[in-house]
Design a protein around this ligand. Structure first.
Ligand code: NAD
Length: 481
């Protein structure tokens, strides 16, 4: 077992060595109890710049390794992650609060990025063509971009890290990862696994800090950095795009969502409820792809609400690490307060509570699985990411009306459509302003598919072949031969 999985005082990882940073420690809390489970080092601005230096030095070697060589290292990362999946799942459930079943799902998904990009590493394919004038050849090749700064959120601490690290390394680039302070242990554990798998020192550096603003800003202004890949809120993403503009960095931004979940009268109600439970409750509702606005056509609304309420009311709440738990705590108490405010506001605006709508007494950041019916389109719960176990349901009458409602947001990450008529489902999928649409499914994520949003949900794509291009630059060579 790797040391990170058992150590309880983790230091920064810079150039293959560890550093205590500023000396101050950041506690990592178990959201089910509020107890400190470990501490991580707190990086200063200088530590961030040392990490950039280490990544820049490592880049000079890593970029020269053959694609096959890089592929084999990534494949070993996949094998080791699968081997360690149970320990990693416990670690994620402990620091994030998600259920063991969600944690296992995340580790499997996260590991797949190493496998997928081990396969893509040998496909950095360019192109050769004759110019239209016939005077010369056009050669276009993909080169590794260099040092990338990766900033990740707390809700998928493994998958958000590997979705960036694997394509960057496959492309021949090197990285400095700054994970969220709520769930940093998983990031350090993954870096440790990568080292064991043969990733050379300095190719992956990890810095945790309480001063995310100044540390990330300093890195983005260091001329050795050429790319930023950020996953997190739209608010912070917009700020980082401004910062990245100073050095004209290549930016990949995976930002907030406000996913509509549409169920038409001709859908199979049981399968729609199954899909909704996944789309709503994965990670306790704390997912950028979570079904945030649920629109049900009037003819089946009563049947769907009844089944959904039974399922939500029957979920067993408890610490994520307990095998029987079906709904873990939220990441911290302030998240509980935010969810409670949104629910209270919706109820004031006329929503009916079918189950839940309160936080239990006692320790831990718990909020009861909740179903609200008759939610007003004007309520704040409709325009904001709920990020909690709350199904906010509205009814609709016709297709045009629901498409207009679904598109009435600045965000456009994922959307869900349930219908027994594939023609209708595809027509609606095309009309939705969203980077990803799931038809008769509650899950969109797949390492082999391009993940990303439109409008203020982001720029660029992660996963698929496109995900690797975020860490390359195209070079065109004009040749007369
Ligand atoms: P967040 O924006 O608060 O934080 C994300 C990361 O940015 C963390 O590492 C944080 O420390 C860092 N950060 C915060 N302020 C910063 C600053 N000023 N400068 C530099 N870095 C800073 O988001 P969160 O609360 O950790 O995560 C939830 C959000 O992430 C939600 O909006 C969710 O939709 C989004 N998300 C999006 C995707 C996606 O793929 N589109 C996936 C997961 C989460």
């Amino acid at each position: 077992m790797t040391a990170i999985l058992t150590d309880r005082a983790i230091d920064l990882l810079i150039g293959g060595g560890t550093s205590t940073g500023s000396g101050e420690r950041i506690p990592v809390l178990d959201p089910a109890t509020g107890a400190t489970v470990a501490t991580v080092a707190n990086a200063s601005v200088d530590d961030g710049l040392l990490a950039v230096e280490a990544a820049a030095e490592a880049f000079t070697h890593w970029r020269k390794r053959s694609p096959r060589d890089r592929a084999e290292v990534l494949r070993r990362c996949f094998d080791l992650m699968v081997e360690r999946s149970e320990e990693l799942s416990v670690l994620i459930a402990t620091e994030n609060g998600k259920t063991m079943s969600d944690a296992r799902g995340e580790v499997g998904y996260a590991a797949e990025f190493f496998r997928w990009y081990s396969e893509e590493a040998v496909r950095g394919i360019g192109q050769v063509s004759l110019s239209p004038s016939g005077t010369n050849r056009i050669i276009a090749v993909q080169e590794p971009i260099g040092v990338a700064v990766l900033v990740t959120p707390w809700n998928f601490p493994a998958a958000m890290a590997t979705r960036k690290i694997a394509p960057a390394l496959a492309a021949g680039s090197t990285v400095v990862l700054k994970p969220a302070t709520e769930t940093p242990l998983t990031a350090y554990a993954i870096a440790d696994i990568c080292r064991e798998a043969g990733v050379p020192d300095g190719v992956i550096n990890v810095v945790t800090t309480r001063k995310a603003g100044p540390v990330v800003s300093a890195m983005l202004h260091d001329p050795r950095v050429r790319a930023l890949s950020f996953t997190g809120s739209t608010e912070v993403g917009v700020r980082l795009l401004h910062e990245a503009a100073d050095q004209v960095l290549k930016c990949s931004m995976e930002l907030g969502g406000n996913a509509p979940f549409l169920v038409f009268d001709d859908a199979d109600v049981d399968s729609a409820v199954d899909g909704l439970m996944i789309a709503k409750m994965r990670n306790g509702g704390q997912a950028c792809t979570a079904a945030n606005r649920i629109y049900v056509q009037r003819g089946i609304a009563d049947a769907l609400l009844e089944r959904l309420t039974d399922r939500m009311a029957g979920l067993k709440m408890g610490p994520g690490t307990e095998e029987a738990t079906e709904c873990g705590p939220l990441v911290n108490r302030s998240s509980v307060d935010k969810v409670a405010d949104l629910v209270d506001g919706a109820v004031r605006d006329g929503a009916r509570v079918l189950t839940g709508a309160s936080a239990p007494d006692g320790p831990g950041a718990f909020y009861r699985p909740t179903v609200l019916a008759g939610v007003s389109a004007e309520s704040q719960i409709v325009s904001e990411e709920i990020f909690g176990p709350v199904a906010a349901v509205q009814t609709f009458d016709c297709e045009g009306e629901v498409v207009a409602a679904a598109n009435s947001t600045d965000l456009g990450l994922s959307a869900y459509v349930y219908s027994g008529d594939l023609g209708r489902a595809l027509r609606v999928a095309e009309a939705l302003e969203s980077g990803m649409v799931a038809i008769n499914r509650g899950l969109v994520s797949d390492p082999a598919a391009p993940f990303g949003g439109v409008k203020q949900s982001g720029l660029g794509r992660e996963g698929a072949h496109e995900g690797m291009l975020e860490y390359t630059e195209t070079k065109y060579i004009a040749v007369a031969w």
